[in-house]
Ligand binder design. Structure first.
Ligand SMILES: Cc1cc2nc3c(=O)[nH]c(=O)nc-3n(C[C@H](O)[C@H](O)[C@H](O)COP(=O)(O)OP(=O)(O)OC[C@H]3O[C@@H](n4cnc5c(N)ncnc54)[C@H](O)[C@@H]3O)c2cc1C
Ligand SMILES: NC(=O)c1ccc[n+]([C@@H]2O[C@H](COP(=O)([O-])OP(=O)(O)OC[C@H]3O[C@@H](n4cnc5c(N)ncnc54)[C@H](OP(=O)(O)O)[C@@H]3O)[C@@H](O)[C@H]2O)c1
Length: 441
């Protein structure tokens, strides 16, 4: 099926990045007197923010003031504070005395915003590729091909595209052969996968968690709190669980102005900055959570009842499965001794990769310069490609560590929105030009 409409812009994915863009475009339309014909496609059946990881203890890792819009426009009706007001919970939230709401609540906030843009959103369609529409060697329009849950394809035409499809689960090579085994799963499907395990019926289980980031720590706590029949072993390559550095001077790297500083550096210096601050985001855990895990292990020692363990310096050398369980051969990185452990299930809290833009844009690759972007997140392109392509969440190497997070959404979405108006040469009637027309009349 295909539609005759040519959209000004289609956003692929309707997570926080494109939600922030929808808000920014609405503001720009008010300012410019001309709205873009924008559409957002998301493969999920309805709005959820990392919905399968929303365990009850999980909290936002960023101040609620870094919502979709407040840093740019604190008076916006789409702020988290206005959401709280509309839910009649503002005073209760104030009484909580925190900057860090639970992720279940932030998910609800994002869903509340998404609902207000329902007319611009289509759910349940996965975009599979983005193709050029060649006209005498020039590309003014792109074709977006999507597929719904029944496998039906839909083709849409657009003058520009903003790809904001987020990360995809990183599966270590040793675990790839087990991707259809329900006993081995990535943390991104934590809740629905655990629901199908025997422990959800109270049966005893030994579960391994691979990884030492925030996801691994949250899975540990949830299994401890929700499943008394489960014994957990957290398996990490590192020498210890390490805290995320969220101290105030370091946190300045997530300020919107910092994006300019990173972007202005030559590539090797950008990479140096990213490496230097890696421990603000990757392979690290909130300090409070580390202390909770340590406390749980300490109380085991007091009671002489050993339920869980954190196994440091362990490299997974081999994985075998049998009816009895999943066997992991672990090598101690200090002593080089190997031991085999058997588990009833393995959770891969092994992080995310950012590469879906590459497969979506493969048909356009000859017109793009290695997926590099300019300061406004527009992919560098050959002169023939007049239809601009923007990337959100795939620009960490050029724009810094805030790129995959919520930190700069209000600013980035406005930058992309303004760049879109400019690139599409949308005729606008700003308040200033309206006023000038009135005076000259
Ligand atoms: C468990 C977890 C917790 C996090 N918590 C925080 C936090 O507290 N603070 C913070 O700053 N960052 C956090 N992050 C980082 C996270 O990347 C950002 O919060 C945010 O989700 C980025 O928004 P996004 O829209 O770019 O990507 P996503 O939120 O990943 O959204 C991408 C959307 O695109 C859709 N999609 C993907 N592929 C397609 C396709 N081909 N066709 C159509 N739709 C598609 C997906 O269904 C999804 O809705 C967290 C990440 C994870 C994994
Ligand atoms: N509450 C929240 O807000 C919340 C919850 C979850 C996640 N998040 C966010 O989501 C993002 C990702 O966090 P994450 O914890 O999912 O991932 P992550 O921080 O990237 O951590 C991945 C972990 O997997 C390990 N790993 C990767 N490949 C491996 C392999 N082949 N073998 C063994 N171990 C391997 C890494 O080990 P090494 O260190 O040895 O490389 C690391 O410990 C972060 O931004 C985080 O803040 C937020």
């Amino acid at each position: 099926m295909s539609t005759a409409t040519i959209h000004d812009v289609i956003g692929v994915g309707f997570g926080p990045s494109n939600l922030a863009l929808a808000i920014a475009l609405e503001e720009l339309a008010q300012h410019n007197g001309k709205a873009l014909n924008a559409l957002f496609l998301d493969k999920q059946a309805n709005y959820r923010w990392h919905g399968d990881t929303l365990s009850s203890q999980s909290e936002l890792q960023i101040s609620f003031l870094k919502d979709l819009v407040s840093l740019r426009n604190p008076t916006s009706p789409y702020s988290f504070v206005n959401y709280l007001k509309k839910q009649d919970r503002l005073i209760d939230f104030v009484n909580l005395g925190t900057f860090y709401p639970c992720r279940l609540e932030f998910n609800d906030y994002l869903g509340w915003v998404a609902e207000q843009f329902a007319e611009q959103a289509v759910y349940g369609e996965e975009v599979t590729r983005i193709e050029p529409e060649l006209d005498n060697g020039a590309i003014h329009h792109l074709k977006l091909i999507s597929r719904n849950a029944n496998g039906q394809e839909q083709v849409r035409r657009t003058r520009s595209v903003v790809i904001s499809t987020g990360g995809s689960p990183k599966i270590p090579t040793a675990f790839e052969p087990f991707k259809n085994d329900p006993r081995v799963f990535h943390h991104s499907t934590y809740l629905s996968s655990v629901k199908n395990l025997p422990c959800s019926e109270g049966k005893p289980m030994r579960i391994a968690i691979i990884g030492s980031g925030q996801s691994a720590a949250e899975a540990f706590i949830d299994l401890n709190d929700s499943f008394p029949s489960v014994k957990v072993e957290m398996i990490l390559r590192g020498t210890a669980l390490k805290p995320a550095d969220d101290t105030p001077f370091v946190n300045e790297i997530f300020a919107p102005q910092y994006t300019d500083l990173v972007f202005q550096q030559p590539p090797q210096d950008r990479q140096k900055l990213i490496n230097e601050y890696h421990n603000t985001n990757y392979s690290v855990v909130d300090q409070e959570l580390i202390e909770r895990i340590y406390g749980i292990l300490y109380r085991q020692k007091v009671a002489h009842q050993y339920r869980h363990a954190v196994l440091c310096r362990q490299q997974v050398e081999a994985v075998h499965s049998s009816e009895q369980g999943i066997e992991l051969t672990l090598r101690d990185l200090a002593t080089h001794q190997q031991r085999t452990h058997r588990y009833d299930a393995v959770i891969l809290a092994t992080g995310y990769e950012r590469r879906t833009h590459r497969s979506l844009l493969a048909p356009l690759e000859d017109h793009l310069k290695g997926f590099e972007v300019d300061r406004d997140y527009r992919a560098l392109a050959s002169p023939a490609l007049h239809a601009p392509v923007f990337l959100q969440g795939f620009c960490e190497a050029s724009h810094g560590l805030s790129d995959t997070l919520l930190s700069v959404l209000p600013m980035r979405s406005e930058e992309i929105g303004k760049a879109l108006y400019k690139a599409l040469k949308i005729q606008t009637s700003t308040h200033e030009s309206q006023a000038a027309t009135l005076i000259s009349a």
